[in-house]
Design a protein around this ligand. Sequence first.
Ligand code: SAH
Length: 251
Amino acid sequence: MVHFVGAGPGDPELITRKGARLLAEADVVIYAGSLVNPELLDLCKDTAKIYNSASMTLDEVLEVMYDAEERNFTTVRLHTGDPALYGAIAEQMDALDKKRIAYDVTPGVSSFLASAASLKKEYTLPGVSQTVIITRLGGRTAVPDEESLKSLAAHKSTMCIFLSVHMIDDVVKELTAGGYDKDTPVAVVEKASWKDERIIRGTLKSVGDKLKEAGITKTAMIIVSPCLEAEYELSRLYAADFSHEFRKATK
Ligand code: SAH
């Protein structure tokens, strides 16, 4: 059995209880060493065989899984954040399907949510934005044309941009070409929830220089959102004149 587990964004307390249990029970652990906090490996059994996938190819990762399966071992494949976002788990699951090896997936706290927590912000303010776009700039992995940052910018919603901080000038160029005002607030969270987390706040105009000055080039989330500095309406859910299943209006 192979368990794909979301490790969370960095703080070892942000793995789920289920993920922690699976990690503690695993005979073989393959973790994404570039981003998973190695402190999580303290949860593993002394006898667990641990592999860092940062230096492995897909075939090498799969070989470790097939071999563990033959020995009746339990494998945990530990991915950063939540495995469903930029985790490259689909190709592993497809390969396991072909070999008829059973697997399951345990979700994790994604870095775009850890970033909101670090910023102490809500991405969905009533009257400001009710939509969150999760995306990236095309790099060595291409992004479909219909999903270019420029075209997504037309929505002026909250955008969480992964894997792109090293190309911040291009990010700013595309977003402004797509319709975002130069004064739109931007926050960049580097290593959200880690002890050495850093936060840069600015606007589309200022963020490039600020990031260069801070020397931030990787493991960072770019958040572009009118919600970062907006006047907003109070929620309907908690409004006194609003009835719902669990509460009657008092006004
Ligand atoms: N599955 C992961 C994303 C993997 S892609 C998740 O759900 O978070 C790797 C990208 O995620 C990085 O380039 C960066 O943009 C973002 N990222 C991962 N961990 C981060 C963290 N702790 N703080 C900020 N961004 C992070």
